[in-house]
Write a protein that binds this ligand. Structure first.
Ligand code: SF4
Ligand code: SF4
Length: 138
């Protein structure tokens, strides 16, 4: 049956019907004062962007849009991880589908860890549990 296919990437798991993806919370990169978080100003537009030198996420985020979103209740949220997060990276796991029964039982719980890189590393928030992001709303 196709559903139980192998994990294709470290950033996504398709081993059950839930379909999980790792996302990075840029706010956490700022809070961690990560040295790999860069910003630059596009002289042609005057707009500022930020991104990850390690390309854990490869989106370049408009700083003004980010700051505006962060002032809302929902916040900016996450961006899809492009490669395996490093131990200090604030990642979450987003689930595409909810369901009950064996088809939705997690068979890859280590997907929520950075454990293959560093057993002491970050453990993802499971957004299904409604876990609060530290510092959010403070
Ligand atoms: S994703 Fe990780 S490496 Fe990249 S800026 Fe954020 S904390 Fe730093
Ligand atoms: S719930 Fe577990 S097994 Fe299913 S897709 Fe997510 S990480 Fe993979």
């Amino acid at each position: 049956m196709a559903v139980r296919s192998e994990t294709k990437q470290a950033t996504e798991c398709r081993q059950c019907c839930t379909f999980c993806d790792k996302t990075i919370q840029p706010r956490g990169c700022i809070e961690a004062n990560c040295p790999f978080l860069y910003t630059y100003e596009d002289e042609s537009t005057g707009r500022s962007y930020m991104g990850c030198l390690q390309k854990v996420f490869d989106a370049e985020i408009d700083v003004e849009i980010f700051q505006h979103a962060e002032r809302t209740r929902a916040g900016y949220g996450g961006v899809k991880a492009k490669r395996e997060p490093m131990p200090m990276c604030p990642f979450s796991v987003e689930r595409s589908y909810e369901g009950t029964g064996a088809a939705f039982d997690c068979v890859n719980p280590r997907f929520f860890d950075v454990s293959e890189v560093d057993p002491g590393g970050y453990r993802a928030f499971d957004l299904r549990d409604g876990a609060a992001v530290p510092g959010h709303g403070s």
